[in-house]
Structures are given as structure tokens and as C-alpha cells.
Design a protein around this ligand. Structure first.
Ligand code: NAP
Ligand code: ZN
Ligand code: ZN
Length: 317
């Protein structure tokens, strides 16, 4: 399917990749995997989509379709390697290029339907920030009767906060930014912890069932583990380039566990989009012309974004 791109969100993964912070970037690279656009043309075997329809593309554009993960609809965990929307190995042996662009060609099986109720610009971040937080909250069955923490109030964090609140959990936002405390409450937090204040951390120690960590830079995971009660889970979706040390006793003493999660499959992404349409959930975005991308990267690195930059592709001219 040929898609005319309307909007593309700026994910912190774009910055990690553009700057080769994780290693393995092949230049030149066009980042962008929070894509919303309109179908411009379809191939002969495309039956589910029509020209003019509003569609989305997320973090990957291909997988083997035959391994156990793919058969279960968990394409991001494809055992033969999922094909990233950018910096991935394309069918023809080349490198895939992402959504900071006017058009993209994607296999129909990796294209999502954007429900009419969702505003296209505010839906774009759902394709990565949305599904990456929705999927672990669902997998670990977060909901009513639980105390849930979200660490970092950025693109992923603000979606995690909205979902956890919507699923009925008592939701607490951890932030390093005093200026975001009021906003966190507006976005659905029952309480906010300034994680730089040891007294506030101490007050909540040992009380959480589940914590989702969206932080993009190295930080103290031991301090977060100590916030969990017995059998609690700390799940990482943030992907800092540097390793962090875990003190074994922080896991052993209360049988706590630590895990990670990678995006979410195609079927679950559609389920998440439909859930958002039904419940009026969307990203809080700052629309920018593509000429401001470098400025947006710098502001994202300073945790100064409310809460996702989205490129308006009409500016590409
Ligand atoms: P973002 O918008 O930049 O948000 C990250 C937030 O982390 C910041 O707003 C800030 O929140 C907090 N933070 C930043 N530096 C910190 C530090 N040194 N110590 C403590 N907190 C800090 O980034 P994003 O787009 O949400 O992405 C977050 C991470 O998830 C990135 O590493 C990205 O690559 C990764 N990611 C993973 C997946 C996956 O599938 N697992 C998918 C997408 C993205 P406060 O101001 O509230 O402290
Ligand atoms: Zn992303
Ligand atoms: Zn596979």
C-alpha cells in the first residue's frame, strides 16, 4: 500500500537511532514510526483497505509470519527478527526508511485502521507510545484494586498514565520535573512522586503492585524496586543505552521481579486504537513543521515536551 503521510510523531527511539546511541544505525537514516496517513494506492491483492482511508503504521513493517511469536500475533518478538519501520533489513536487502517523509510503502498486514473518532495528529503517537504502554499494562493485567506507578512523564509515560487510569488502577506518576506535577494530575494521576525527593520516595516504599518504567536515560532501578510490595513487578519499556546494576537483595527480599516489553503485535495495536476511540484517549501533542525537528530533539532531551512532538508533513512542501 502506498500511503501519503499526514503526521509522524517523534519518539525518543528516533533520537537514540539518529545518534547511533544503541549502535547499529546504518546511515543515511530516515527515522519515524508513529505514522498516520491516507491510502494513496493499493496493490491488486489489497482487499481490507481503500484509497483515501486514514491508516497508521507503527514500529515494524514485516516479520516472518511463521514462527510461534508471529502465529500468536506477537510480531514484535518474531524469532527470525522483526523488520523495523526504519533501520530494518528490507525484503530487497536494503535498509527500511521511516515516516519523516511524504510517502511510505507498507505491506497491508502491517497497516492499522485509524478509527474516524480519532484526530489524525493526536492518533499518530498511539502507534508507538500508545501500544508500547498499553501492551505491558494488559499483559500484567493492570486494573482495579492495584497501585500502579508510571516512571517518566514523556511520550510513553503520558500514554501509560492515561491507560493505567482508564483501566481503573490507583495510578501514581514518578517524575523528576517539578513543573509536571499539576499536569500529571490533569492527565489522570491519583498522586505524583517527585523521584528526586527521598522523603517522597520513602513514603511510598513497598506499596506498589506494578511499575512501568519509561525513562530514556540511565537511572537508579534499585530505588524503583524498593517501591514494590511482595511479588510486585518492575517492567522496563524505556531503553537507556547504558547498563544499570541491580542489587540482588532488592529482588530476593520480597520475591519481586523485573521484566521488559517490546511494543505490541498488530492485532493488539488495532485493539488499542479501537479502545482509544471508544474511551476518548489520545496523545497530547505539539505540532511542528519538519524544519523544527532538531529543536524538537533538543527539547525532548531536556524532558521539555508536552507530551509528544508530531511533525505536520504538509510542511515538507
Ligand atoms: P521521552 O518523551 O523523552 O520521555 C522520557 C522521560 O523520562 C522524560 O520526559 C523524563 O520524564 C524522564 N527522564 C529523562 N531523563 C531522565 C533521567 N536521567 N532520570 C530520570 N528520568 C528521566 O521519551 P519516550 O519517547 O517516551 O521514550 C522513552 C524510552 O522508551 C526511550 O528510551 C525509547 O527508546 C524507549 N522506547 C521503548 C519502546 C519499547 O518497545 N520498549 C518503544 C518506544 C520507545 P520526567 O520529566 O517526568 O522525569
Ligand atoms: Zn517509538
Ligand atoms: Zn516470526
Amino acid at each position: 500500500m502506498l500511503i501519503d503521510i499526514l503526521y509522524c510523531g517523534i519518539c525518543h527511539s528516533d533520537i537514540h537511532t539518529a545518534r547511533n546511541e544503541w549502535g547499529g544505525t546504518t546511515y543515511p537514516i530516515v527515522p519515524g514510526h508513529e505514522i498516520v496517513g491516507k491510502v494513496a494506492k493499493v496493490g491488486a491483492s489489497v482487499k481490507r483497505f481503500q484509497v483515501g482511508e486514514t491508516v497508521g503504521v507503527g514500529c515494524f513493517v514485516g516479520s516472518c509470519r511463521a514462527c510461534d511469536a508471529c502465529k500468536e500475533g506477537l510480531e514484535s518478538y518474531c524469532e527470525r527478527g522483526v523488520v523495523g519501520t526504519y533501520n530494518g533489513r528490507d525484503k530487497d536487502g536494503g535498509v527500511t526508511q521511516g515516516g519523516y517523509s511524504d510517502t511510505i510503502v507498507v505491506d497491508q498486514d502491517f497497516v492499522l485502521k485509524i478509527p474516524a473518532k480519532l484526530d489524525p495528529a493526536r492518533a499518530a503517537p498511539l502507534l508507538c507510545a500508545g501500544i508500547t504502554t498499553y501492551s505491558p499494562l494488559r499483559h500484567w493485567k493492570v486494573g482495579q484494586g492495584q497501585k500502579v506507578g508510571i516512571v517518566g512523564l514523556g511520550g510513553l509515560g503520558h500514554m501509560a498514565l492515561k491507560f493505567a487510569h482508564s483501566f481503573g488502577a490507583r495510578t501514581v506518576q514518578f517524575t523528576t520535573s517539578p513543573g509536571k506535577v499539576e499536569d500529571a494530575k490533569r492527565l489522570g494521576a491519583d498522586d505524583v512522586i517527585l523521584s528526586t525527593d527521598p522523603a517522597q520516595m520513602e513514603r511510598h516504599a513497598g506499596t506498589f503492585d506494578f511499575i512501568l518504567d519509561t525513562v530514556s536515560a540511565t537511572h537508579d532501578l534499585n530505588a524503583l524496586l524498593r517501591m514494590l510490595k511482595r511479588d510486585g513487578h518492575l517492567v522496563l519499556v524505556g531503553a537507556p543505552p547504558e547498563p544499570t546494576g541491580i542489587v540482588a537483595f532488592n529482588l530476593i527480599m520480597k520475591r519481586r521481579s523485573i521484566a521488559g516489553s517490546l511494543v505490541g503485535g498488530v492485532k493488539e495495536t488495532q485493539e488499542m486504537l479501537d479502545y482509544c476511540a471508544e474511551h476518548g484517549i489520545h496523545a497530547d501533542v505539539e505540532k511542528i513543521p519538519i524544519q523544527k525537528v532538531n529543536e524538537a530533539y533538543e527539547r525532548t532531551l531536556k524532558a521539555d515536551v508536552k507530551y509528544r512532538f508530531v511533525i505536520d508533513m504538509s510542511s515538507l512542501g
